[in-house]
Design a binder for this molecule. Structure first.
Ligand SMILES: [Fe+2]
Length: 340
């Protein structure tokens, strides 16, 4: 029988010395780094290399989560607010649509939404502010007066309040006047330069005005959407000279044919969607890989964070579905923040 030689692991003594030196050096550098990092906060310094993905992420990373507010759930609370909050505070008698992952005023990362109610006979105090506002009428009839132009509003109408324009609202009907407020308030969490001023009287003097660049009645919007060919149509609200409604937030309306669906889309914009009329559902795939499905009916509202893949489905085989959405397109375009 052949005798096998034993396997001998031989290490040159010099190699051991190198390994030990390297280990000591690594430990030494580790200790130095630890001390260095610990010394930085007291000097208001922080290393970027540890937070590169947060500061300069490879993909959009919205803080907002998709969320839906059912009107059937919100309305009773809104009616309670209408009883509890007096007329003098009716300009702030609003239930904010609070995103589950960011504190108010965030409904998305860049857009604020709220539900406001004005009781019959009320006229909340006139005021003006730097924030730009759009209001979409959900229920009832009333008016908004802007810089002396008093515009009648009904369900489906959109009214724009430009920055620093005196305005007030009122309900001259017999039912509660409810609307969706949409403002650029989250932007002022970064640019802390907001001003608000109350008018010296309750009402700012105004006279009736039939047509204005600030008022966008629903009927022409629906007519345009119905005239477009295809199962999914989009109407983008513009000023009479073809510009976006503001430099921060824009508005769009969409139609989906009975039993049909929109093509899937994904943009840097975030949205607050509101169902003007119809029933259906929307799938939302977020950049972090979560999927949400929201079943909506008339008057429901939902938030869509940036860079989410969205697709709308009309669940009715008979009726068109109409959605309204506020987006942050103008803000992104103005600052050049879109992916090329
Ligand atoms: Fe206001």
């Amino acid at each position: 029988m052949e005798r096998q030689s034993p396997i001998i692991h031989y290490t040159h003594p010099a190699t051991d010395l190198v390994r030990t030196a390297r280990k000591r050096n690594t430990t030494y550098i580790g200790n130095i780094m630890e001390q260095y990092l610990a010394s930085l906060p007291s000097k208001n310094l922080e290393p970027l290399w540890n937070r590169m993905n947060d500061m300069v992420p490879p993909l959009p990373k919205p803080m907002a989560k998709p969320h839906m507010w059912k009107y059937s759930t919100s309305l009773p609370d809104l009616l309670t607010a209408a009883r509890l909050v007096p007329e003098e505070q009716a300009d702030r008698r609003v239930l904010m649509l609070v995103n589950p992952s960011i504190p108010p005023p965030h409904t998305t990362d860049t857009i604020y939404g709220g539900l406001q109610i004005v009781n019959p006979g009320e006229s909340p105090p006139a005021h003006r502010h730097i924030a730009f506002a759009c209001r979409f009428i959900i229920d009832g009839e009333g008016f908004t007066a802007i810089e002396g132009k008093k515009m009648s509003l009904k369900r489906g109408d959109l009214i724009v309040t430009p920055t620093w324009h005196w305005h007030d609202h009122g309900n001259e009907g017999e039912k509660p006047f409810v609307f969706l407020d949409m403002l650029n308030l989250p932007l002022f969490m970064h640019a802390r330069v907001h001003f608000t001023e109350g008018y010296s009287e309750t009402r700012y003097p105004s006279t009736p005005c039939d047509e204005s660049d600030w008022c966008h009645p629903w009927d022409p919007v629906e007519k345009d959407l119905r005239s477009q060919i295809g199962d999914h149509a989009i109407y983008r609200y513009k000023t009479r000279d073809g510009k976006q409604l503001s430099t921060s937030i824009g508005m769009q309306a969409e139609r989906i044919s009975p039993g049909k669906f929109s093509s899937a889309s994904q943009t840097s914009s975030s949205f607050i969607y509101h169902c003007y009329e119809g029933e259906g559902y929307t799938t939302i795939d977020t950049p972090s890989g979560e999927r949400y499905t929201f079943d909506w009916v008339t008057k429901d509202t939902f938030a869509v964070p940036a860079w989410s893949k969205i697709q709308h489905f009309n669940a009715s085989d008979e009726n068109e579905a109409f959605l309204l959405a506020v987006n942050d397109d103008p803000f992104l375009d103005l600052l050049g923040l879109r992916h090329p």
